[in-house]
Design a protein around this ligand. Structure first.
Ligand SMILES: Cc1cc2nc3c(=O)[nH]c(=O)nc-3n(C[C@H](O)[C@H](O)[C@H](O)COP(=O)(O)OP(=O)(O)OC[C@H]3O[C@@H](n4cnc5c(N)ncnc54)[C@H](O)[C@@H]3O)c2cc1C
Length: 416
């Protein structure tokens, strides 16, 4: 077992980190100013994207790129440490065309789009000229169980007609968001996992309305987590993604790699929070001691280091498993990291915020924003509890094969 990164990955880590330090970190102030003024900073993001693309730091997330598709062909294991670096700044991954939800959408289109759908939507997404949204969650039903969704996708001649209300749809407010992948029901009478389908809805289709960009803990994301209504939205039947009734299976295929990307970036955010905590604890003194010399602060530093390193190992193992056996066979590990890492993300940010005193809850450090995103990740792509339940179910199922084998370890005295 080798715990080191390969020379290829070390080289890429250096290049991504250098790019971040030279071109992205210095723009953070400008990003915040533009966002607080209510603008998405498209102009400088586009300038940075062109630079990253020219340097070959582009589409690093997609392992199975075809020869004619732009990007760096990496395994999930190779991509993990690069996503971690991107996770240090909340908006950095878009510069490398590696941001959610576009990455999950590109993977979905890569696997299931027809040649015409590929040409129209996947090619510009891979080029980074458009953005996309994935619309599954609905305000009126508990959407952590996707069989509950009610949006209807009704066949009408050569078209489908879509009616429903979605919310928390990430990217819907992005000025370049041109396409929605919408999950709804084509046959409410079919078996519960065969009722759903996915359909491609261009953002300018009449009847599609962005109702509002929902603040997350009072934080407004310029790309949006939006409430969106679909009223008599009509698209050609050829916009169906995959087959009718295949939507649930497509959703499962989409969420595996998407979940691990979030976790990789969370490790980066936690690592930055720890670095900030360590620096601050060496700068400030109270009661005659540097902060790190107080037992509680030293313990937070130590615990954060242990927990981040544990979590990173599990993420890397999961990435390796996805490469070796596929996301389906790695679903227990994917649930494990998804249940673990958003919690770690918020815990480490929370400790760092505490070490910064009141400044920790101000916008003068990135900690409050990182904490907010970590908290949101405890729902996005499935709440913690759903993942914990899935892990327990798989553990119980596996134990059935050897049930009773532990009895030999019990020391219960024999009964008369
Ligand atoms: C910032 C953000 C971005 C998002 N982006 C998108 C997006 O782009 N597209 C999209 O479609 N959705 C998106 N979501 C929505 C997200 O996927 C859902 O919030 C999530 O799936 C949970 O669904 P729900 O909110 O309807 O909660 P519900 O299904 O109502 O569940 C409520 C709570 O019940 C508990 N619970 C549920 N099931 C179980 C169980 N089996 N065992 C124990 N407890 C359980 C959990 O605590 C859960 O939080 C986003 C959410 C956030 C916060």
């Amino acid at each position: 077992m080798n715990f080191g990164y390969s020379p290829k990955v070390e080289d890429l880590r250096l290049r991504v980190r250098t790019f971040m330090d030279e071109h992205i970190v210095p723009r953070q102030r400008q990003w915040l100013d533009e966002v607080h003024a209510g603008r998405y900073p498209v102009s400088f993001i586009e300038e940075l994207k062109a630079r990253a693309k020219a340097e070959g730091l582009w589409n690093l997330f997609l392992p199975h790129l075809k020869d004619d598709e732009p990007g760096t062909r990496l395994t999930n294991l190779e991509y993990a440490p690069l996503a971690e670096i991107m996770g240090r700044i909340s908006w950095a991954s878009e510069v490398f065309n590696c941001n959610a939800p576009d990455t999950g959408n590109m993977e979905l289109l890569h696997m299931f789009a027809t040649p015409a759908q590929r040409e129209q939507w996947l090619v510009p997404l891979l080029e980074g000229t458009i953005r996309s949204a994935f619309a599954m969650t609905e305000p009126d039903v508990p959407s952590s169980d996707a069989t509950n969704i009610t949006t209807s996708i009704r066949r009408d001649g050569d078209d489908y007609v879509i009616d429903g209300r979605k919310w928390f749809i990430t990217n819907a407010a992005h000025p370049n968001c041109k396409i929605f992948i919408v999950m709804g029901k084509t046959d409410p009478d079919a078996e519960s996992h065969r009722q759903q389908s996915m359909i491609l809805v261009p953002a300018d289709t009449p009847g599609l309305k962005i109702v509002r960009n929902i603040p997350v803990l009072n934080h407004i994301s310029p790309e949006g987590h939006c409430e969106v209504t679909f009223t008599n939205v009509r698209v050609p039947a050829s916009n169906l993604l995959g087959e009718e009734g295949g939507g649930f299976a497509l959703a499962q295929a989409r969420l595996g790699p998407g979940r691990i990307h979030h976790c990789m970036r969370s490790i980066g955010a936690a690592e930055l929070a720890l670095e900030l905590m360590i620096e601050r604890a060496q700068e400030r003194k109270t009661f005659g001691k540097y902060l790190h010399q107080h037992g509680a602060v030293g313990e937070w530093i130590a615990k954060s280091r242990i927990e981040i390193d544990q979590a990173r190992l599990l993420v890397l193992k999961t990435a390796w498993l996805i490469d070796e056996v596929g996301a389906k066979a790695a679903r227990k590990e994917i649930s494990m990291i998804k249940a673990l890492i958003p919690q770690l993300h918020t815990t480490v940010c929370d400790r760092a915020m505490q070490v910064f005193g009141a400044m920790g809850v101000s916008p003068d450090t990135p900690l409050a924003d990182h904490w907010t995103w970590g908290r949101a990740l405890r729902y996005a792509d499935g709440p913690d509890e759903v993942h914990l339940q899935a892990i327990a179910r798989m553990e119980i199922k596996a134990s059935k094969e050897t049930l009773g084998a532990c009895a030999a370890y019990l020391n219960v005295p024999p009964r008369d």
